[in-house]
Write a protein that binds this ligand. Structure first.
Ligand SMILES: Nc1ncnc2c1ncn2[C@@H]1O[C@H](COP(=O)(O)OP(=O)(O)OP(=O)(O)O)[C@@H](O)[C@H]1O
Ligand SMILES: [Mg+2]
Length: 616
């Protein structure tokens, strides 16, 4: 599915713009332009120096970039390219502040190269021992050495056409900076990340990376999708969604993970604006916004997203490391990202990572369940040894194993007689309830297990959402308005959000400095702990921060309300209720995962059951 999508996307059109920056001579920038350039520290740690050097190689038109590091770049950073090279005079100029071959016609508002300030090389040279070797085609090579800003010799050099820059002992003589460096290991991690980002940005260029004498990356020139696939987890083949959408002259392409395939840290999010890697807050926020209520707040999707936008719609000259940008129309960008990703996520909503065929048997034979099964059948011989997959998406199933419920005598379980043939419902017909928490259903093609709380929570949320969009949220007036005592800041937050909450059927009013009065609750909620709901909502609102659309806010609040209003684990359901839940899940968008991104159901296919019993 993913590869099909990727095939459609051609190489980034922005790549051709890079050619325009080549073959331009280096010059000192006029002072009025210097003052318009975002000033600041370019070099903070080895990874930032490395990033600047690789960017220069790419700006020089390299087809191949070779990076060598020792001790995470603390001892040595070396970047060699086969780009246009520099003459000895150009090399001298390159090492001066604010000398650049980029910025044609002082066009600081139409920047197509990575560099434009003429600041990186002299900055690095002032805090290290720097050796530049360079050779233009048809001439001899030359070498210039700079030791902490001072000239330290020059002479002829033997090298193929292109440039090789060596940085040794970065910050060795700058104790104030040295202090803030981390271990070689973590500096290496940051260097690897920098190379990956640039390699994704320019898939048409080949890269190699060597650390402490060991080759760690070899990337041949490729189309963007193939490059991204190589640098992200291969699991995305199964757990990824291809993105390709456009709006108002902008285009967004790339790949994102299914909500159920998520991570505890946001380290696998690669964002690009016109082929420039960025860590922009607006873009990160929009990505987060698209997954809102599909994923828990402390989990993060994986993404590689490429935004192409007309040059005059974006200013890249706002951040010293050039990793943040400013959009002329931030709302349009946000809208494209949230809208485009949300649509793609909705289209894939039935797909749950836990449903993946290959993964199911792993979970089913995970040790806790398996050991317990052996206890009950002491004569049982060993079965397949399977490791824990470690994939967070399977938290739901892992929980079954943890709580060791599956083989306990389950007082809540009632068997329903099997009847032939099984009606053709995707989620099957209910056969019983296990541990008062999971519905077991039989489908034509296998066994389905549903987490009743997770599933119902999703249904309540979608119902509330649909009702809200239809403008008909049913509310239920409380016979006696309830007074809920809360901290003053929480009351302030709820009071501020009162209009939004009313739209969801929850009418609250301030009742003195530290209390709120609740008049109505959403009908979908049923009987609920109103005080608990209010304090959760206040916490939710406190976390929202930042600019957020009303729709996003209401969605979040609705998710919190839904969680309070749904059937709890532990509630015994009748067969009719279970079947009603299954049928509603089949027709509800996004029912494959709960509001926290966990799967709501898993299916074990007949083939997998046969494998478990050694019949296949
Ligand atoms: N690998 C390279 N190959 C050819 N020319 C290079 C290379 N590295 C640097 N240069 C030349 O040296 C100049 C100065 O580089 P430097 O990185 O200091 O500034 P810049 O890239 O112009 O701007 P920025 O400070 O934004 O990176 C560049 O404009 C370019 O002409
Ligand atoms: Mg540069």
């Amino acid at each position: 599915m993913l590869s099909e999508f990727w095939r459609k996307i051609s190489a980034s059109p922005a790549a051709s713009d890079w050619d325009k920056t080549l073959n331009m001579s280096i010059r000192r920038l006029p002072p009025e332009l210097i003052n318009r350039i975002a000033a600041g520290e370019v070099v903070e740690r080895p990874a930032s120096a490395l990033k600047e050097l690789v960017e220069n190689a790419l700006d020089a038109g390299a087809n191949q970039v070779a990076v060598r590091l020792y001790a995470g770049g603390l001892e040595l950073i070396e970047v060699a390219d086969d780009g246009c090279g520099m003459t000895p005079d150009e090399m001298r100029l390159a090492l001066e502040r604010h000398a650049t071959s980029k910025l044609p016609e002082d066009a600081i508002d139409r920047i197509t190269s990575f560099g434009f300030r003429g600041e990186a090389l002299p900055s690095i040279a002032s805090v290290s021992r720097l050796t530049v070797e360079s050779r233009v085609r048809g001439a001899d090579g030359w070498r210039i050495e700079i030791d902490h800003g001072a000239e330290a010799g020059e002479g002829p050099a033997a090298l193929p056409p292109g440039t090789r820059i060596k940085v040794e002992g970065l910050f060795d003589k700058v104790p104030a900076r040295r202090k803030f460096l981390r271990s070689p290991r973590s500096e290496y991690g940051a260097c690897l990340d920098a190379v990956k980002r640039l390699a994704m940005a320019r898939s048409d260029v080949g890269f190699t990376l060597e650390h402490d004498g060991r080759r760690v990356l070899t990337l041949a020139a490729a189309e963007p999708p193939a490059r991204v696939a190589e640098l992200l987890t291969h699991e995305l083949d199964r757990h990824g969604i291809g993105i390709d959408c456009a709006r108002e002259g902008m285009r967004l392409t790339g790949v994102i993970s299914l909500p159920t395939f998520n991570r505890g840290v946001a380290d696998q999010q690669f964002l690009f604006v016109n082929s420039r890697p960025v860590k922009d807050r607006l873009l990160v926020g929009a990505l987060r916004g698209a997954y809102r209520d599909l994923i828990a707040r402390d989990r993060h999707p994986i993404a590689a997203l490429f935004l192409e936008i007309p040059l005059d719609e974006v200013d890249v000259n706002v951040h010293p490391a050039k990793t943040e940008v400013r959009f002329r129309d931030p709302q349009a960008v946000r809208g494209l990202i949230i809208g485009g990703l949300r649509r793609a996520l909705d289209e894939e909503s039935g797909r749950s990572a836990a449903r993946e065929q290959a993964a199911a048997p792993v979970m089913w034979t995970s040790s806790a369940i398996y050991d317990q099964a052996l206890d009950r059948h002491p004569g049982g011989s060993g079965g397949p040894a399977v490791e824990d997959s470690g994939i967070p998406a399977f938290a739901g199933m892992a929980r079954i194993a943890d709580e060791q419920r599956l083989f306990e005598p389950a007082p809540a379980a009632r068997a329903e007689p099997a009847f032939e043939p099984v009606p053709a419902f995707p989620l099957g017909v209910a056969r019983g309830q296990v541990a008062a928490t999971y519905i077991v259903a039989e489908a034509e093609d296998g066994l389905v297990i549903v987490d009743q709380h997770a599933a119902h929570e999703r249904l309540v949320l979608e119902r509330m959402r649909a009702a809200r969009e239809g403008g008909t949220v049913a509310r239920q007036a409380l016979l006696l308005p309830e007074v809920v005592e809360l901290e003053e800041p929480d009351c302030d937050r709820l009071e501020g959000a009162a209009a939004d909450l009313a739209e969801l059927g929850l009418e609250v009013e301030r009742f003195g400095p530290t209390a709120m009065l609740v008049r109505t609750v959403p009908a979908a909620l049923g009987k609920t702990d109103i005080a608990g709901l209010l304090s959760d909502l206040a916490a939710e609102i406190a976390d929202l921060g930042g600019p957020m659309s009303l729709r996003d806010k209401l969605d979040l609040v609705a998710a919190t309300i839904a969680c309070h209003g749904s059937v709890r684990a532990g509630r015994i359901l009748s067969v009719a209720e279970m079947n009603a839940l299954l049928r509603e899940m089949e027709v509800t968008p996004r029912s494959g995962q709960c509001n926290h991104g966990r799967p709501t159901w898993v299916k074990l296919g007949h083939g997998e059951i046969e494998k478990l019993f050694g019949r296949k």
